[in-house]
Design a protein around this ligand. Structure first.
Ligand SMILES: [Zn+2]
Length: 97
């Protein structure tokens, strides 16, 4: 296997010479994502429930999770549904320990 980083693209080749991945650099970082998404910086925004976001990012506090979206710190997500703190059984159990 070999790795080549030239002209803003990281190319990963197998030991047999087949191209495994071609990863473009965007805003100074190599982005591993579907080709059409990497090339289209105005990709669609996906709506997620705040409770779902809370769980996906390690049970982060609801106000902090909301702030990630409202301050534009996360690309491609917007919130839908109830925006207030919800009952979360794992968080309640963790606080009881
Ligand atoms: Zn929780």
């Amino acid at each position: 296997m070999s790795l080549n980083m030239e002209n803003g693209v990281c190319t990963i080749m197998s030991s047999k010479g087949q191209q495994i991945a071609k990863i473009p650099i965007i805003n100074g970082l190599y982005h591993i994502c579907p080709k059409e998404k990497a090339m289209n910086t105005q990709s669609k925004t996906r709506e997620v429930l705040l409770a779902y976001l809370h769980k996906c990012i390690g049970y982060m506090a609801y106000p902090a999770a909301k702030m990630l979206i409202s301050k534009g710190m996360v690309d491609g997500l917007s919130l839908t549904g109830p925006l207030e703190t919800q009952f979360c059984e794992p968080c309640v159990k963790a606080k009881m320990m």
